[in-house]
Every structure is written in C-alpha cells, then in structure tokens.
Design a protein around this ligand. Structure first.
Ligand SMILES: Cc1cc2nc3c(=O)[nH]c(=O)nc-3n(C[C@H](O)[C@H](O)[C@H](O)COP(=O)(O)OP(=O)(O)OC[C@H]3O[C@@H](n4cnc5c(N)ncnc54)[C@H](O)[C@@H]3O)c2cc1C
Length: 259
C-alpha cells in the first residue's frame, strides 16, 4: 500500500502570531516554526496503516527551505521517504495555488491513500483535502477519528458534533484526520539517525511543470485586504457584596441579556 501523508510547517501557536503589515501575509519569521499538530496525527495514522497492511509512507510538504526540519521529523517518526516542494515563486500562494503544487507533487507518486490534517493551524482554510481530492479525481473522507482498510475499501468513523457516522469509499482516496484519532509517537534516537539517510526529493515549479503565474502571490485567487488584532480584554466589573450581591449579580446578568 502506498500511503502519502501531508505535513505543513507552521508558526508555533504558543508564540505571538502576526500578519505582515506590507503584504498582509503570515509573518513566518516572527515565530518559531513547528510541525502542524494535526499533521503529526496524520503521520501516526499513516505509520499504523503501513504496520497493518505493509507498503511505504511518503511525506509531501510544500514550504520554504526550513520546512525540511519538519519533513525530517516525519521521517524520524518512521516515514520512508519525502518530497519537498520548494520554490521562491510559491511564496504567498493561496489555498488554490497550494493545492495545485501539492497535487502535482502527489501526481509524481503512486498512491492508494493520501492523509491530510483537517486544518493547518496558521491559515486554517480547512480545504486542502477537498481541493486535492478534486484535482486528483478521487473521493475524500473528512474528519476521520478512525480509519480501517479492508480489500480496497476505506471505512472511517467521521466525527460529528453529536456523535459519529461511518462512511466508506474505494481506494484511492484522500482522508483528512482529526487529533482524536491517535497519540503520535515520538521519534526515537534510532529514528532520528535513520532519517538523515532517507530519500528527500526537492521539486521546483519547473520540475512539476507549473507556471509561476498560477501560484504564489502572482496567481493568488484570494487576498487579505484588511486585518485587525483582537482588542485587549476589557476590565471586568467588580460587584461589592453589601448583602445584596445576589441581586446585583442577577441585575447584571439580565442587563447583559445572559438570563
Ligand atoms: C490570502 C492568502 C495568503 C497567503 N499567503 C501565504 C504566504 O505568504 N506564505 C505562505 O507560505 N502561504 C501563504 N498562504 C497559503 C496558506 O498559508 C496555506 O498554505 C494554504 O492556504 C493552505 O491552507 P491551510 O494551510 O490553511 O490548509 P488547510 O486546508 O487548513 O490544511 C489542511 C491540511 O492540508 C495539508 N497542507 C496544507 N498546506 C500544506 C502544505 N503547504 N504542505 C503540505 N501539506 C499541507 C496539511 O495536512 C493540513 O493539515 C496564503 C493563503 C491565503 C488564502
């Protein structure tokens, strides 16, 4: 079974995340770069499927040079090889441009299943799986909290607000996973050492036969036209209890239309 797993390097959610004032894109230099958390669950699920069915796990990542750190971590967890799509002309890509580059890279591989996270913690578009399924001409199963494969059929438990539903599709397929699906393993020392020798192919736009005019800022189909930081929290109102604290509290809740 050929399993492709998508990983993205994102600004650390623990650091202050900002948009750049000049071109209103994510300021990737302002924060530490880390593995998109949901994608660690994607890698774990890919490794579990390989353990159950055999085959190979290939990591695919689009991002600048330093995204190679994230790719190496996925290889250290146990993935077999990686494809890194990297080209200066990709900077500022919208989700449509990102999906064109990722689909072209996946098109260079044989795949039975593509595993993505439900969303990346930076742009939070949450549409990459669907866009890739469309471009690759395969079905997509979303929000998986479990994945099983049996005789060419993939069955998932799909998380809903009030429970879950069971959905299935035939291979090849794109599946997006949620963080509840598993507990990602830590790379072992042996895994970290082995990762250094694993195959990492870097592909440029020219390698993928893509036109720079259709990706990057030049080809973006959407644009951030304005943004504002969330206002700081207003100071709370202090209610002094002089025997009538309950009444004051109730009056406040009524005035705020909370009760
Ligand atoms: C207006 C706008 C401006 C942008 N500007 C920039 C910019 O300046 N610089 C920049 O780098 N990007 C930029 N992007 C692209 C953006 O950061 C995302 O890469 C892209 O929109 C995909 O959205 P997402 O990461 O939220 O995907 P989601 O759909 O939320 O991600 C779902 C899953 O898709 C996979 N995935 C997503 N992106 C990648 C990737 N690149 N490689 C591998 N797997 C991936 C992951 O598994 C992830 O868990 C911009 C996008 C928009 C809409």
């Amino acid at each position: 079974m050929n399993i492709v797993v998508l990983v993205k390097q994102v600004p650390d959610t623990w650091s202050e995340r900002k948009l750049r004032a000049d071109d209103k894109t994510v300021d990737r230099d302002a924060a530490d770069a880390v593995f998109n958390e949901m994608d660690e669950h994607g890698v774990e699920e890919a490794l579990k499927l390989k353990e159950a069915h055999g085959g190979e796990v290939t990591v695919v990542c689009m991002g600048p040079e330093r995204a190679a750190e994230t790719i190496r971590k996925a290889l250290a967890m146990g993935a077999d090889k990686a494809v890194h799509v990297s080209d200066d002309a990709l900077r500022g890509s919208c989700a449509v441009g990102t999906s064109a580059a990722l689909a072209a890279a996946i098109g260079t591989l044989d795949f039975d299943i593509v595993i993505a996270g439900t969303e990346a913690s930076d742009a939070r578009v949450g549409a990459m799986g669907a866009m890739l399924a469309e471009r690759l001409g395969v079905p997509q199963l979303t929000a998986a909290r479990s994945v099983e494969i049996d005789a060419g059929t993939v069955r998932i438990e799909r998380q809903l607000d009030a429970g879950y539903e069971v959905v299935e599709a035939d291979l090849p397929v794109v599946v997006s996973v949620i963080e509840k699906i598993n507990e990602p393993r830590y790379p072992s020392f042996k895994g970290i050492m082995a990762a250094k020798k694993k195959e990492l192919t870097t592909l440029t736009l020219a390698d993928l036969g893509l036109d720079a005019a259709h990706v990057g800022a030049a080809g973006a189909t959407s644009e951030v036209v304005d943004f504002a930081p969330r206002p700081p929290r207003a100071k709370g109102q202090i209610v002094t209890d002089e025997g009538d604290g309950g009444v004051k509290l109730a009056d406040f809740l009524v005035a705020e239309k909370i009760v």
